[in-house]
Structure formats: structure tokens, C-alpha cells
Write a protein that binds this ligand. Structure first.
Ligand SMILES: [Zn+2]
Length: 242
């Protein structure tokens, strides 16, 4: 393994990171919200699955599988060696990074504030959590302590499918609306997870986000663009009146 840029490491140095992972291998990874958790195993004694890597990819990060002799990309920050190739943590902006958790407490230090995962939360818990907050729907869905996993573009897409404006107050949603919103969210996430990102297909709102003349793929109305909850937000004033 090699650390090319220790700025992506959180709460550890390159030396102790390399030492902690020496002669260990990755076991079954899990995702929670925007975090990827990778337990490790090896011959050294210790709690099962520890140390554990907690990776967050921010806006520009990802993991790339490369051949051993593939040229190093300038944004490859950490490279994990395997017999068959290399797994590279590539990140341009380094907004987040890699934590090394040595035990369950250290996992909690990083993840304890997170709500349930958006792809796995049941409709009753979703309704319950939304009913306990009173604010506009866009910032509510993006609040990782309420629900983990939804980002800015994701939420715009869900609200456009659901046909409600991002400025709608959560207290103005009827019980039926909340269950329908839960279904839209799950179906949108299934498609996004399959694609590996929010699809920028022409039939999706996201497919029109970067166009100079942004129009709704459903009704061709000029899309509205404004900050909602501090984030750049896109919606269709015809499909999402409010
Ligand atoms: Zn529309």
C-alpha cells in the first residue's frame, strides 16, 4: 500500500495508517449513507473486522481498480495493493477522506450522528422522522442525521419525480404524500445505485442540469434555479407548483 497524499487521511498519519494495515486484507464492505465501511482481517489478534476503513468520497472522490503498471493519476491519493491489481482512492478536491477506526468507539465518533440509510429505511420510520422535523423538504431530506445518503442532485431528482417544490414545508405533507415520497426515493435510489451515480439520462432532471437552456424533460417548461437551504436547487415550476 502507498499513501501519496496524507491530506486525505483523517485522524491518522501515513506511517500509522500503513502500519495498521500491513499484512491485512479487506473483508465484506458495507455502505451506510455516503460512507463505505471496509472491515479488515489478518493474523494479528484484535477485535473482529478492525481496524476498519471509513471512506467518504465527497464531491469528487471514487475508488478505481487499476493494473499494477497503470500510470498513477495525479489525484490518486492512496493506493491499496492486491495480487491482481490495485485499488486507488482518487479524489480531486479532498473534501472528505479516509478514516481509520481501530474499534467500535472510533466508528461511532465518525458515524454516530448519521440517521438510517436512505435505501434501507422502512416507510414507517421515514414518516416518523419526517414528522419530527419542521422545515422545507429539500434541507430536511439532505440532513444526514435525519436520513443518510441523499445528496443535492439526488434530492432534486426525487422531488421532481414526486412533483412537489423543494420549498414545501414538511408539516404540509399529508401521510399519503410521505409514503409516496418514500416510494419515489427508493425507486430513484435503486436506479442510481444500478448506474453507480445519479443517471444523467435525458429523461431525468439531472440530464438537463448543465444545459444552457434548462428545460423540464416532462413538460419543456424552463426550469427554475435558486438556492434552497443553502444549496443550488433545480426544479420545474409547472410540474412542481407551490
Ligand atoms: Zn415540468
Amino acid at each position: 500500500m502507498a499513501v501519496y497524499d496524507a491530506q486525505v487521511l483523517r485522524g491518522t498519519t501515513a506511517e500509522s495508517f500503513e502500519r495498521a494495515l500491513r499484512r491485512r486484507y479487506f473483508t465484506d464492505p458495507q455502505r451506510h449513507g455516503k460512507w463505505l465501511l471496509i472491515p479488515t482481517a489478518g493474523s494479528a489478534k484484535g477485535a473482529a473486522g478492525f481496524p476498519r476503513l471509513l471512506l467518504h468520497f465527497g464531491m469528487t472522490g471514487n475508488l478505481r481498480w487499476c493494473e499494477h503498471d497503470a500510470e498513477l493519476h495525479k489525484h490518486d491519493r492512496v493506493v491499496f495493493d492486491f495480487a491482481a491489481g490495485e485499488l486507488r482512492y482518487r479524489d480531486m478536491r479532498k473534501l472528505t477522506g479516509i478514516h481509520l477506526a481501530r474499534d467500535e468507539d472510533e466508528v461511532d465518533d465518525v458515524l454516530a450522528e448519521l440517521g438510517p440509510d436512505a435505501q434501507r429505511i422502512g416507510e414507517d420510520e421515514f414518516a416518523d422522522r419526517l414528522s419530527r422535523t419542521s422545515r422545507r423538504i429539500k434541507p430536511a431530506l439532505m440532513d444526514q442525521s435525519l436520513l443518510a445518503g441523499l445528496g443535492n442532485i439526488c434530492v432534486d431528482e426525487i422531488l421532481w419525480r414526486f412533483r412537489i417544490p423543494p420549498t414545501r414545508e414538511t408539516r404540509d405533507l399529508a401521510a399519503d404524500d410521505v409514503f409516496r415520497l418514500h416510494r419515489e426515493m427508493r425507486s430513484m435510489l435503486r436506479a442510481a445505485v444500478r448506474a453507480g451515480h445519479v443517471p444523467d439520462d435525458p429523461s431525468w432532471l439531472t440530464g438537463h442540469r448543465d444545459e444552457p437552456d434548462r428545460r423540464c424533460p416532462r413538460c419543456s417548461t424552463a426550469l427554475r434555479h435558486a438556492k434552497v437551504g443553502g444549496r443550488s436547487t433545480l426544479w420545474c415550476p409547472t410540474c412542481q407548483p407551490g
